[in-house]
Ligand binder design. Sequence first.
Ligand code: NOJ
Length: 516
Amino acid sequence: METTPWWRDAVVYEIYVRSFADASGDGTGDLPGIRDRLPYLAELGVDAIWLTPFYPSPMADGGYDVADYRDVDSLFGSLADFDDLVADAHAHGLRLMVDIVPNHSSSAHPWFQKALAAPRVSQERERYMFRDGGSEGRGSGHGEPNNWLSTFGGPAWTQVPDGQWYLHLFAPEQPDFNWRNPEVREEFLDVLRFWLDRGVDGFRIDVAMGLIKAEGLPDTDPGFTSRSPIWSRPEVHDIYRDWRRVLDSYPGTRVAIGEVWTDSAEDLALYVRPDELHQSFNFAWLEAPWSATAFRKVIDDTLKAVASPTWVLSNHDVVRHVTRYGQGSLDPQAGPARARAALLSMLALPGSAYLYQGEELGLPEVTDLPPEARQDPIFARSNGEVPGRDGCRVPLPWSGTEPPYGFGSGGSWLPQPENWADLTAERQAADPSSTLWFYRRALQTRRELRGTLPDAITWLESPEETLFFRRGRLLCVINCGEGAVALPPHDQVLITSGPLDGTALPADTAAWLLTG
Ligand code: NOJ
């Protein structure tokens, strides 16, 4: 019998499927490629994997534009490959979670195609957010129904030939569903069952705070706020209560984690009430600069508000944290050192941690991708002004000394840097001082401590720009300042993110100490 449900303190590894490993040799990662690398993930020591969308899709937004919720795109394999992957993952002791994209479909989805062909007032259009135009000068000045903007830039409305407009909070190829329509709700309950029946252990819910829009679609103030006509409407919680009932009706513990962007930890906590989602991503740390003061605030706010916290430093939508933390430092080693220190601090906290593929290799953001290689719709919609998210999505370097570094036999869909030979998994596996070995040791040590530590932490006095916190016998220390500081009294050093300076903790370094 499990005493603590598996997800509460799990380490979950995000696989951005297109960029993980390519078994077919077409330059794009796929499900058989993941299957081949399961031993690597088991050895790394994670508890679960989360797969980004692999469903049939025109790939207008890297697969977050789903044309069929119950199949696998031939680019990534087949349903049979998926079944094999689930079975193999479980055989390796890994749980498997899939991404579900309920806010919008692809414009190629049969429902949307039917809606386009249907009359203005029709059941088909009722599945999406079609509206008549507003008065002249509304929205962006072209008569849009309101002033909402797309997260990817430009208006959130596109006009169809009969004059109506449809809403897309993201790209025009991603029309928003009408979640006030019972047919949409039923459809997604059925999609959940489809994947649960195939053995998935849970779902990551895309844009979980966006499904319900305010009645009447009133204008909004520009800028992101947790509570607006667009985001975190109270009725969204009813949807997750329905989903929870479905998850709970399956054997084992099947879970849901929401991609929820909020302005406060209190708003985040609303999604993880006992009859709703198990977890919500907590993006506060990922948005924080390299600063002990900022980290302490994130930790305090989160632990105060959220019962089952999660922690994450990078994902497929943001600049990799090696690069974020390196900005502003002249030392090229600062970014990688700080990234390792932040990881150790995050893993010491109660709750579960989400890792993004490649961070265990210390991969930096690729900032110099040629414009013609970039595929993120954000790049094109901003006329090249915003680079977009391709830089964190460059395919992984596995082995060898030149691109595609063992990613596959047919190149890679985004070009890899020429200087990644030292970062390959193969090279790092042979070097005990590598970031890969550090991740393995950190995850192994966390496993050894599992179940022995309380859920609460206490802060100890510490020098400026450092954090010392205690969790039972474990003392975690991190130095975000400039000079070395003395370690607090302890019995044993369990693991450090970099070399100690004699008995002192150097800048950009964290350590786990045991006491008592
Ligand atoms: C969040 C996903 O993580 C991101 O990659 C995607 O572009 C948007 N949601 C829209 O689906």
